[in-house]
Every structure is written in structure tokens, then in C-alpha cells.
Design a protein around this ligand. Sequence first.
Ligand SMILES: [Ca+2]
Ligand SMILES: [Ca+2]
Ligand SMILES: [Ca+2]
Length: 353
Amino acid sequence: MKHLLFAPIIAAITLIFIVACSIDKSDKVIELQMADTDSDGYINLYDVDDDGDGLIEIRGIADFNMVRNNLDGTGMSSTRGQKGEIYGCGGGITLEGEPIDSCHGYELVADISLIDYAKWQPIGSCSANNECEDAFNAVFEGNGHTISDLSINIDRVAFGVGLFGAISPESELRNIHVRNSMVVFEPEGEPYDVGILVGHARGAYIEGSSVVGGDIYTTAFDAGGLIGDGEGATVTYSYVDVGIIKGASEVGGLIGGGASSNILYSCASASIIYGKEEVGGLVGDGKNAMIISSYAVGDITKGETAVGDLAGEDQNINVKDSYTMENTQEFGCFEMISMDNLTPNIQLAENIR
Ligand SMILES: [Ca+2]
Ligand SMILES: [Ca+2]
Ligand SMILES: [Ca+2]
């Protein structure tokens, strides 16, 4: 019975501790907001780029939605097509010691769930297959954070469908991890360019990113787990581990239309990839592509003509140290890349860029 005497005391101490912690926590938040981390004269509360690296911090879904308003990443805008807030853009220095005095993109500082968006509107678009004035045209650094529960269902013809619809050749997407996606895009007509991370990414650069868990059902040409149309794009250290990828033609695990693309240290795994023509485990159309140390996991491709476990169309393709593995059950891409001890060779990637 003696311990009962202590119960109210313990409860009181616990309560005091909880209250003290919450005061301490909110004090810390205020302290952080009042600080000027990059010493540029703007306290963090008003600085859109606290760390001064030229990338605007994205702290949650509201911020992420604003990316579509300023596709050049020069400011944080709540109005479509306007530059928006630029207070504190930059403030730090580049690796070369040059001062950074403007913003050129965004960076995630938290994981984001899109669970409340039953029909996500892709960021950036093309008005026709290759007319992409409204493409995202900046850097998006994911800092290893996840964007989960992406759901896209579009019933009109569009060009560029994905988390990002279309990105420009000058764009870079880095270290973004997309989890648990469903992309349905089956309109009447001739739609193009569907990928879970990005629909249209001709000539762009994508590094250290992944798509895990998800399906694509589309009647579009150029459909891929990571990128729909990645002609001339460079993809490094990225992987896809998904279920079904169904497209019209040029359908691939990593990239659908990947003519002249550079694929390095990357991997794709799907339960099935199918389309009519140019269907590949890694890339659908791999004409003139360069594939180095990259993999497709599984014997999973189905189509009528130009079907391959690694590449569908493989005219003039340049493949080094890349292969397919017929065991989707035992190993996914992440395990494959880990097992193979792929030493990150950023130097090589930068040379290619
Ligand atoms: Ca500052
Ligand atoms: Ca920043
Ligand atoms: Ca700043």
C-alpha cells in the first residue's frame, strides 16, 4: 500500500516535466525563428532561405503547393506566375566562395504526405508534346525526404503527368523519395509522358531519387516508373520498385522514352511492365542511350515488338556493367544496389552532366 502514497507525487512530477518540456520546446521554436542562421540580416521567421544556399525551404504541403506558382524557384509565391516573396534569398556562399544573393530552386526540410489530395495536379506542364514553357525550371533538392501517397487521376489529354508534370532541360531533381503512388491517366485521344516522379524531363538531371510502391495505368506514349519522357536526360543513383506499369508504347521501369539518355548506377523493378511497342525493364526506348552499372530486376516485360528485359528499342545503345536479374521476390532494387557495393562515383556523374 505504501507505493500508493507516492502515486500523486509521481503524477505531479510527470505533469511538471511535461509542461516544462513543452515550454522549453516552444521557447526553442521562437529562439530558432528569431535567429539569423545565415547572417544575412533576415531572421529565420522572415527568411525564405534560412541556410542561405539559394534553395527556398519547403516545410510542408502548403509550401509544396506554392512551387507551382513560381516554376523558376526565384521566390515563394502564393499567386500563379508571380515571383513572390524573396526576403533573404541566399545569404551564404558557394563552394567556390562566391556570395549567393538569389534563389534558384527549392529544398524539402520535412517529409510530405499528399493523402488529402485525391487528385494531385502535377507541378509544371507542357502544352503539347515538346512545347513546355510552363515546365518547372529550377532545382528541387529533396534532402532525402519522402513524398508519400501521391494519387493522380486525369481524364483529359495532357502532356506531362507525375508528381512533377514537366521539367525543363536546365532542371535538377535530387534526393527525392516518392512512396505509395497511384497514377491513372487514360483519356480519349493521344496523351504523352507519364512518370511517377516526373512526366516530361527531356535533357534534365535526376540524382539520388526513388519511387517505391505504386502503379501506373495509362494510355499514354512514354510511360516510366521514374520518368515518362526522359530523352537526353541523365539519371544517376536512382531506383524504382513498383507494381504495374501499363502504357501505350515506349514503356520502361525507370524511363519510358529514354532515347539518348544517360542512366548510371540505377535500377528498376516492377511486377509487370507492358505496352505495345518498345517495352523495357529499365528503359522503353533506349536508342543511343548510355547505360552504366544499372539493372532491371525480373523478367517482367510484355509487348508486341521491341521488347527487352533491360531496353525495348536498343538501336545503337551503349551498355556497360548492366544486367537483368530474374528474381523479383527475393531482391528489390534497393537490395541489388546495396549488394553490388556500388561506390558512389559523383565525379563520373558530374562529367556526364
Ligand atoms: Ca537569414
Ligand atoms: Ca535553403
Ligand atoms: Ca537567407
